[in-house]
Structures are given as C-alpha cells and as structure tokens.
Design a protein around this ligand. Structure first.
Ligand code: SF4
Length: 441
C-alpha cells in the first residue's frame, strides 16, 4: 500500500498556519449564513475569445461576421420563461435565499444582455443578481447603465499581460489585457461599480507563480476583491492534463493568496470547494451540507445552459457531461420543481451519487467531498485516459464517487488515505490548534 506524502503541508510556517486558520474560519462562518439556492445561468456559448482551456468550449464568432441571434441559444422570451419558472419555485419558498449569476461565453455579445439583467433584477431583486464578463466588449457607460440592477460583476484576468494575451486569444485581434485593465481602471473611478467588482483568475501550472504579482497590479488599480477559480477539467480543458494544478499547488496557492491579500488589504477567495476540503480536514469543521440544493457544499450552485437545461453543477453543461442533462425549463409543462425532484432529476442525481456515503468513496471525514466534477473528470480522464467522445453516461455516474484530487488525502489510483492515520494526525495538530486559537478571537 502506498503512503501519502504530507510533507507539503508541513512546509507551512506557524505564521502561515495561523493566517490560514483565520481565513478558513471566516469563510466558513460567512458560508454558514449563506445557504439557499444559487444558480449560474449561461446565456450564450458564443465568445469573442478562444481560450484553449475554455470550460464551456465556447465558440469564437468569426471576425467581421454578424452573429445570428439563434446561435446564442434562446431569445429574450425563452430566457424570460426560464426566469419566471425560477421565480415561481422561489414563490413557494419565500424564505429561501437566492443568487443568480449570469455567465457564458461572453454574455455582452447578446444584444439583449442588459434587458435580461434588468428582468432578473425585477424578478429577484438586485442583491440576487450578478454577471461575469471578459471585460473586452462592454464600456464603463454600459456597466453604469446596468449597475442599479446588479450586485456583482466578475471580470476575468488570467495572469500578467503576456500570459493573459497568450491564453485569451481574441477574435478582434486587440491586446485584451490592456482592454480589460482599462475598463477595470474606469470602473474603479465609480464607487458603485468598484464595490461590486471581483477580478477572477483560473490557475494553471503556467500562471501559478505570477498570481501574487497580478494581485499587486490589480491592487495598484484599486481592486479590493480577488478570486481564484479552480481549473476544471471540462470543455476544452478536458485534455489539458499537463496544465492542471495538483494538491500541493493548491495548498501553496492558498497560502500565497492569503499572505498577499493581507499585505495588500484585499479580500481573497479560492473557489470550488478547495477551501471547504481544508476547513474539514485541517480545521476539523463539518463542511458537508446535505441540505444544500445541489452539491453538498454550502453555496455550491446549479447550472443552466443557454437551452434552459438544468445541471447539478455549472461545470457539467458541455460534452461529455451533457449526458447528465435534465429536461429544459423551456419545455411546456416542466417546472423547476419537476426538474429538481422528478425521478432521475437533478436532486435525485445528487442524492444518489454525491451523498456522504458515496462521494470520495465514502470517506468518513465530515467534508463536502470537494467538487464532484473535478473528482470525476480526474478519474475518467487522467486515471482511465478516456477521450471525451468515448465517455458514456455510466462512466460519468460511476466516476462521481471518485476522490477529489485537491484533497491532501487523495492518492493516485483514486483512493483516499485513512484520515485517522497517526502520521496524518501529527501533521494536522498545528492546524487544529491554530483553528482553536482563531475561534477564540
Ligand atoms: S477524501 Fe473527499 S471527503 Fe475525504 S477529506 Fe478529502 S475531499 Fe473530503
């Protein structure tokens, strides 16, 4: 039997361990107050960039050509139908907190994107609506126009200028880093936009080292909120195994994020369940949220694709994951409750494949189990070496029980190390002590 090497955890200094414990504890408490329904709704898979790791395999439109309205998926009436069905579901649960985050593709390519944001705000309230953009198309005037209807604007910057421009191949042939950074600096001039702005980065093996310097550049512009989204092995990232950060990379990244965030006074997050794994394992707090609508991780979202189909995770909307697609909210007679609760529906899938007894092969730690899509993709792609076109629905369902590869317990071959191993408990001791100290502050 192979043993798991925890030496990377032992490299953390006492100061780093204290910072990490305080950060994770604060995030844990914030998330505890935020249960409810969260949805990422992709309203187009057309984009003006062609990133080699696009997780939704967005299609870059051809420069100089008109984008046919139907290529975005559904028209405004279709989107309105989806939003009204979500509203009807919430009406029967008046106390359920809700957040809707619009994504794509590049949603500002839709001529009706502002109307969609306004309608969502009318139905759910501005505090419940957010959007994500690559920041190369909308002007600051556009964003000021929709600011009264929105509470969150995520803009992606994937590294320093050379990396960002190499990664984000633009259709328009502009320097997209300069374009997006110019928009960000214009937004910072307006407190109402500045406070809603979050800059997001997807880490790869190639940009990990430059993230602290990117944070310093962003801070110089006045950015206060910065998030790193986990690299998900989906879409065009499916076959980019060589770029996927490993568990050691993520631990080191989180330490550096927290350290740099503290140095600069920035609010930082590392998304997609990595923080919840560390909170469970290193700090000993329960992050398994079996009552969450969606993955059993507080604030995990459901996904909706441009054709109104609902997915148990926003990261499983494209091939091969679309083999798990539910019916569409655009289907007559199909409401949101049906899609969630019907036999074989979204919640059925979660209850069958993501519950504590099955996720991560039934690991006994009181843990969310990290991210099911990242776990399954690692299992199917890196362990079994399957191409996306060869993956069946049964492969996907079987792989949902795999261990999250970002977890310190993860072992090659997709097994987990015993969480009560004496060596591990020794490694965890300083983290648990720091957590007790942080809890008393
Ligand atoms: S193996 Fe899975 S459930 Fe267990 S601690 Fe790791 S991520 Fe959490």
């Amino acid at each position: 039997m192979t043993t798991t090497d925890y030496s990377y955890l032992q490299k953390a200094t006492p100061r780093q361990i204290d910072r990490l414990a305080s950060h994770l504890l604060r995030r844990y408490r914030e998330k505890e107050q935020k249960s409810g329904l969260s949805i990422v709704y992709d309203i187009t898979y057309i984009c003006n960039q062609a990133c080699p790791g696009c997780c939704v395999s967005a299609i870059a439109y051809k420069k100089g050509t008109e984008i046919a309205p139907e290529s975005h998926g559904h028209d405004f009436q279709g989107i309105s139908k989806v939003l009204h069905k979500i509203r009807a579901y919430l009406d029967s649960r008046p106390d359920l907190p809700f957040f809707l985050d619009f994504g794509g593709g590049e949603l500002t390519l839709r001529p009706d994107w502002k109307d969609i944001v306004r309608l969502a705000s009318e139905l759910f309230g501005r505090e419940s609506v957010g959007m994500n953009t690559n920041g190369t198309r909308a002007s600051v005037e556009d964003l000021l126009e929709i600011e009264p209807y929105i509470s969150y604007i995520g803009i992606s910057i994937d590294g320093l200028e050379e990396y960002h421009n190499r990664w984000r191949k633009t259709v328009e042939g502009v320097n997209s880093y300069q374009k997006t950074m110019t928009l960000i600096s214009q937004m910072i001039e307006h407190p109402s936009l500045r406070d809603k702005l979050d800059i997001t980065t997807v880490p790869t093996k190639d940009n990990l080292a430059q993230i602290p310097d990117l944070m310093r550049e962003l801070h110089a512009l006045g950015i206060r909120h910065y998030s790193v989204h986990r690299a998900m092995q989906v879409g065009r990232f499916w076959e980019r195994d060589e770029l996927l950060p490993g568990k050691e990379d993520y631990f080191d990244l989180l330490l550096r994020l927290i350290e740099t965030g503290e140095e600069l006074g920035m609010n930082v997050h590392l998304h997609h369940s990595i923080e919840s794994i560390y909170t469970a394992l290193l700090l000993g707090h329960n992050t398994y949220a079996g009552d969450n609508i969606g993955n059993p991780d507080r604030k995990a979202s459901l996904g909706i694709d441009p054709w109104g189909r609902v997915f148990f995770d926003p990261w499983c909307t494209v091939a091969p994951w679309d083999k798990l697609a539910s019916s569409s909210l655009l289907d007559d007679g199909m409401d949101f409750e049906d899609i969630l609760r019907s036999h074989g529906g979204v919640q059925d899938l979660i209850d069958s494949y993501c519950r504590i007894e099955t996720r991560c092969q039934g690991c006994p730690v009181a843990c969310s189990g990290g991210n099911r899509i990242a776990s399954a993709a690692q299992h199917i792609r890196s362990t079994r070496g399957l191409k996306a076109s060869a993956v069946t629905r049964d492969d996907l369902l079987g792989a949902l029980a795999a261990v999250d590869p970002a977890c310190p317990l993860y072992r090659d071959g997709d097994t987990f190390a015993p969480p009560d191993d004496a060596d591990l408990l020794d490694v965890l001791r300083p983290f648990r002590e720091a957590a007790r100290g942080a809890a008393q502050k």
